[in-house]
Design a protein around this ligand. Structure first.
Ligand code: SF4
Length: 312
């Protein structure tokens, strides 16, 4: 196991603490962006699992300015944790989906707070271009700037099933545009789609290991109320991971994933009032504890079984 990993996997919290000397927390910002897969530009019904409305913290209100949301968000976090370093996380919907000057104004407004050390910008791979990446690069020269691309899967059959509105090649083009700059690249994937076999899901770890990806968020598939997937699941339920199967699967996935990729998330923890399935009733903390225990009992760790060494 590499000595740089404080746990058996390369965890985001430890990475940030090492890099900045103290914990760094994310403050979610809703800058009022929309999504081209909802407003009719690419599609109107959205990704089949998406219900962005369900996850918005109270401090995050698009009626407030970005600066005010950050101030309130920091105040809220500071009541629970000691920290004076924060990342402004532009999370809901598609946070590069606006004209260039508008993006510049919003990102700079976030960075104007003296406690904000950088940005995390969640977006779709089909919503960046050279100019937007150029703007983000100019900020990344001075700040920690992470662009998080929703990839979800490397399989076009899955991207079609979930109505993503883009294919895997589009994701690879966005990576090409973003790599070899100061910008850090994050990726979101979802594990457990009924369109993929266990082996296909595991193969994603090997594929990601060979891409210029710095950070990864893994979610298990969840069926959320008021989504097209909820309708589909009610009409034709498909098998989902049990909790124990998922814990075991994640450990195998991590074994095949390059140890240089920093894990931001390994588990989705949607609120019970919006969650239809799976009903595991486990917190994120419990899941992390069980994943770490499983890694220890198997005496394994991230990257142990990596077949293809990173091209990075
Ligand atoms: S998951 Fe993201 S891209 Fe898909 S519909 Fe929701 S906001 Fe849009």
């Amino acid at each position: 196991m590499g000595s740089f990993m404080s746990r058996r996997y390369n965890a985001f919290s430890a990475y940030m603490k090492n890099r900045f000397g103290s914990p760094v927390y994310k403050v979610i910002v809703d800058a009022g962006f929309t999504c081209p897969n909802r407003d009719g530009t690419i599609g109107s019904s959205g990704c089949i699992y998406c219900n962005n409305e369900s996850f918005r913290p109270n401090s995050c209100n698009p009626a407030l300015t970005v600066g005010e949301q950050i101030k309130r968000g920091i105040g809220f976090i500071k009541r629970r944790y000691k920290s004076d370093k924060f990342l402004a996380y532009f999370q809901p919907y598609t946070n590069t989906y606006a004209p260039l000057d508008e993006l510049e104004r919003l990102y700079k407004e976030a960075l104007a707070n003296p406690h904000v050390i950088g940005l995390a910008i969640g977006t779709r791979p089909d919503m960046v271009d050279d100019q937007k990446i150029g703007l983000i690069q100019s900020l990344a020269e001075k700040y920690f700037v992470l662009v998080e691309y929703g990839m979800q899967s490397i399989y076009d059959k899955t991207l079609q099933f979930i109505n993503r509105g883009h294919d895997y090649r589009t994701f690879l083009s966005a990576l090409e545009m973003t790599k070899n700059r100061d910008i850090l690249i994050g990726v979101h994937i979802i594990l457990g789609f009924p369109t993929e076999t266990r082996e296909e899901m595991l193969a994603m770890a090997e594929e990601l290991s060979n891409l210029p990806v710095n950070f990864l968020k893994i979610h298990h598939l969840q069926i959320i109320k008021d989504t097209p997937l909820a309708v589909l699941y009610r009409e034709d339920p498909f098998p989902m991971f049990s909790y124990d199967e998922y814990i075991d699967f994640v450990t195998e996935f991590l074994e095949r994933l390059s140890s240089r990729i920093v894990l931001q998330r390994l588990f989705a923890a949607s609120p019970g009032n919006v969650l239809i399935a799976p009903q595991w009733e486990k917190s994120g903390q419990e899941a992390i504890r069980d994943i770490e225990r499983r890694l220890a009992s198997k005496d394994t760790w991230q990257g142990k079984q990596q077949k293809i060494h990173s091209a990075q």
